[in-house]
Ligand binder design. Structure first.
Ligand SMILES: *[C@@H]1O[C@H](CO)[C@@H](O)[C@H](O)[C@H]1NC(C)=O
Length: 335
């Protein structure tokens, strides 16, 4: 008995030491190879399921969607899906890109969806769920596959993602005639959305509208609050090993700073039980926006009670969302 008890405690000790070594080597490795942390933030190499043909959205239960590519920069090709309002699904059968382009001018509001990290425009179920909800509600939806993600070429970076989304916005504006075009960012994509809105503001043509779903204040604070970051909350040098490493990669995604400069109508959506981006970050952003604008009637904050269980990804399931969106988007057409 005594002997087996002894080997048991040796095993526990060995396991403990092994875990400790792993725990310590993660931050050290990230600091030695700062690019790794950027890979984790974007998580673009996570392309499962692998054998999906993004060029054929009709095979993926989106029968009124066309796939096309833009070239935001020499050598970079990014994939885009355009889904027309559900009511046009029969007309859309067998149609090519010209028909879809022309449909953008039909007065229905257009939403450019900028997804969060990881996966592709299809591979994560909540993205397809959101596309279907928006299409059923009567909107056009354009989903961008940032560079380095899915079938898009190139490597992701904050500037790169922003360039891709800005290019798509200009492309849509060139085809949408009077229809309002709204940027919709989710999670990591909220930083892309406000970067683009800020650029448009600087160019003198503010975005028609901006919707931020589960936004963070800036990527540095988000990493500190992320469940994976929390594991290292008490690690000596947390700032040095993680947060400063984020900065080394030129990742800022400053929603808080950007929102001070943007005048576009803005709606924030956030579930109180979000475990990935804490709800209080939206409250902080809302406060910043109210302080920085003289006209507050174009700012909305929609929170969703934790009892609904939407968490980080499932706000699209809310049965009232279509009418909330129409209330926000309808007036933009008359501006
Ligand atoms: C095509 O998609 C529409 C909208 O989602 C759906 O209502 C319809 O049943 C689909 N048609 C076919 C043939 O799958």
């Amino acid at each position: 008995m005594a002997r087996s008890g002894g080997s048991w405690s040796v095993r526990v000790k060995t396991l403990f030491i092994a875990l400790l070594v792993v725990y310590i080597s993660v931050p050290v490795t990230l600091r030695l190879f700062p690019g790794l942390l950027a890979q984790i933030v974007f998580f673009h190499f996570f392309k499962v399921p692998f054998f999906v043909d993004l060029e054929c959205p009709a095979d993926l239960s989106l029968n009124h969607t066309v796939n096309f590519y833009l070239t935001p920069e020499d050598g970079v090709t990014v994939g885009v899906w355009h889904t027309v309002p559900d009511s046009q699904w029969e007309q859309a059968q067998g149609k090519g890109l010209p028909w879809y382009e022309a449909s953008l001018g039909d007065d229905a509001p257009v939403i450019i969806y900028l997804h969060g990290n990881g996966g592709t425009r299809w591979a994560v179920s909540h993205r397809v769920g959101l596309i279907k909800m928006l299409s059923a509600a009567g909107f056009h939806v354009l989903v961008l596959e940032y560079r380095g993600f899915g079938d898009s070429t190139g490597q992701p970076s904050e500037d790169g993602l922003t360039t891709d989304a800005l290019q798509l916005y200009h492309w849509v504006k060139a085809h949408s005639r009077g229809s309002p075009v709204c940027l919709w960012g989710h999670s990591l994509g909220t930083g892309v959305a406000t970067n683009v809105a800020r650029k448009l503001q600087e160019q003198g043509n503010p975005a028609d509208g901006v919707i931020l779903e589960a936004p963070y204040t800036n990527i540095r604070e988000e990493v500190a609050y992320h469940p994976l970051g929390l594991i290292y909350w008490l690690f000596p040098g947390f700032e040095y090993f993680f947060l400063d490493t984020i900065a080394l990669n030129n990742l800022v995604f400053p929603n808080d700073e950007n929102l001070k400069t943007i005048s576009s109508p803005l709606m924030i959506l956030h579930a109180e039980d979000d475990q990935v981006v804490p709800f209080h970050m939206s409250q902080e952003l809302h406060k910043i926006v109210l302080q920085s604008r003289s006209s507050k009637d174009e700012v909305r904050m929609c929170s969703f009670s934790g009892s609904l269980g939407y968490g980080h990804n499932k706000i699209f399931k809310d049965p009232d969302l279509p009418s909330v969106l129409w209330e926000f988007l309808q007036p933009l057409a008359q501006r």
